[in-house]
Write a protein of this length. Structure first.
Length: 476
């Protein structure tokens, strides 16, 4: 009766003391309570239980706890490894998605050193490049290399003989795929002389010309006038989209002191006019490029560390940019999409971008190389993509969105144009070369492909990264 009134029940497992009580609700059967909680009360007895029982109890609990701990630890470890692998897989898959169109560089080796490279401009269906060798002891060659996008490799090559001497510069006709021009040095009476010539390649015949070697070229004419000088380059006048163009000049040859303009309309090689720099000989031309706008009536030239623009109609300067670089100007290119924008590069390791209407300072100055910069090229279609090559054996692809010709379009409405802020930055540095890279050229058949040539005779065909391509074609 006392137990009923007090609301508790004395447990038979607490006989060792009368001070310990286990409260239980009266409606819980005593048999169930005793059946379900014996170990609970044995655990509470602690050192008061026999030693053998205490040992058995502690060992059984430690084994069970150890097994439980190991199971939880292994489960946590396996889960962590699984999460790590899933994360890595997602990252790699994202990279694969971004670079699924990225193509490995293709390396082609010339037999001898070289520095002359040109895209086959008149060929718009196949990716083709010309390379010229520069050897004193062996007969020099002109290599025609064709790249196959489907095979992701060199599809064919043809080697032409160039018996005149070392090739210093090479260019291709923009209208005839079988005509090229070379500047070369040769020895005459124990003296080195420079010359320039036009060459006609034999007609393409798949059976006889494919992967052929020592193919002869036909000389069309020599580009020389008056006193023989150190020939620097031969530049073809760009193809004009204006159907009403009246330009009578097809190409120009540049020496130290003179620029000769040639016409091929009334004969093989007819001198049209000449521009003389300095009769005293204190200055000399270093490089040149055509202004493709305004009917090709302007020619930009590098003169030591300055830039001079010539009006070919008046044979006089249009403007002069003094001290464009702190050292010699080595290369230049005109933006094909913006009338007044052009780029220069030089021995001060810089590439500078200018507006001819405001020559007091450059629009942008880039110093992405650690040695002389020999070549700079705008992409013919997307002028925010610019290539530079240098004696530091690197080719650098840069994005210059701040001076691009076309803004980024956003939205479904074609009339809505929003200038998205894109950072001017280096997209990628290509380091497949091991010597000075003298030339870099965009392909005329594929706007995302370009080639570079280093002095050790290594020509590398590369591509714009796919993520940059997608950002241009499908802007967010």
């Amino acid at each position: 009766m006392a137990s009923i009134c007090s609301g508790v029940q004395e447990s038979r497992f607490t006989d060792f003391t009368r001070d310990m009580w286990t409260p239980r609700f009266l409606w819980i059967p005593a048999q169930r309570m005793h059946k379900n909680t014996p170990r609970f009360h044995d655990a509470h007895r602690g050192p008061f239980i026999p030693q053998s029982a205490q040992y058995l109890l502690s060992s059984s609990l430690s084994k069970s706890a150890r097994r439980t701990w190991w199971r939880s630890a292994l489960g946590s470890l396996f889960f962590a490894i699984f999460c790590f692998l899933v994360g890595r897989f997602r990252i790699q898959w994202h990279k694969i998605q971004l670079t699924m169109d990225d193509k490995a560089p293709i390396i082609y080796g010339l037999e001898f050193p070289g520095r002359a490279l040109a895209a086959r401009v008149a060929e718009t269906e196949r990716i083709q490049f010309f390379c010229g060798t520069q050897s004193l002891k062996h007969e020099n060659q002109v290599h025609l290399i064709e790249y196959d996008e489907e095979l992701l490799g060199i599809d064919s090559k043809t080697v032409y003989q160039h018996l005149c001497g070392e090739i210093w510069h090479l260019s291709c006709s923009p209208t005839d795929v079988n005509i090229i021009a070379t500047c070369y040095s040769h020895v005459v009476d124990n003296q080195v002389e420079m010359g320039a010539s036009l060459w006609r390649l034999p007609p393409e015949d798949i059976e006889s010309q494919l992967n052929a070697s020592n193919v002869l070229m036909e000389k069309i004419c020599d580009l020389k006038h008056g006193k023989e000088e150190t020939m620097k380059c031969v530049l073809w006048c760009p193809v004009l989209e204006d159907a009403n163009s009246t330009s009578a000049v097809d190409l120009c040859s540049m020496s130290n002191q003179c620029v000769n303009l040639w016409s091929l309309q009334d004969g093989p090689c007819k001198l049209h006019s000449s521009v003389v720099l300095d009769a005293s000989g204190r200055q000399s031309f270093s490089c040149a490029c055509w202004n493709p706008h305004n009917d090709c009536t302007q020619l930009l030239t590098g003169v030591d560390n300055s830039v001079k623009a010539w009006d070919l109609r008046t044979k006089d300067f249009s403007w002069t940019l003094d001290n464009a670089h702190s050292q010699v100007v080595r290369g230049m290119d005109h933006n094909p999409n913006k009338m007044y924008h052009f780029a220069t590069c030089g021995d001060d390791c810089c590439a500078k971008f200018w507006d001819a209407r405001k020559l007091d300072k450059p629009l942008i100055t880039r110093q992405d190389h650690s040695h002389w910069v020999w070549s700079v090229r705008f992409n013919p279609h997307y002028d925010q993509l610019v290539l530079t090559s240098s004696s530091d054996s690197q080719v650098v692809l840069t994005r210059l969105a701040s001076i691009a010709s076309e803004p980024v379009k956003v939205g479904d409405d074609d009339d809505t144009v929003v200038h998205q802020p894109q950072k001017d930055m280096v997209i990628q540095k290509y380091d497949e070369h091991e010597d000075s890279v003298y030339s870099v050229e965009w392909s005329s058949a594929d706007r995302w492909t370009f080639a570079s040539l280093s002095y050790d005779g290594r020509m590398v065909i590369n591509h714009v990264p796919s993520n940059e391509k997608f950002s241009i074609l499908m802007p967010h």
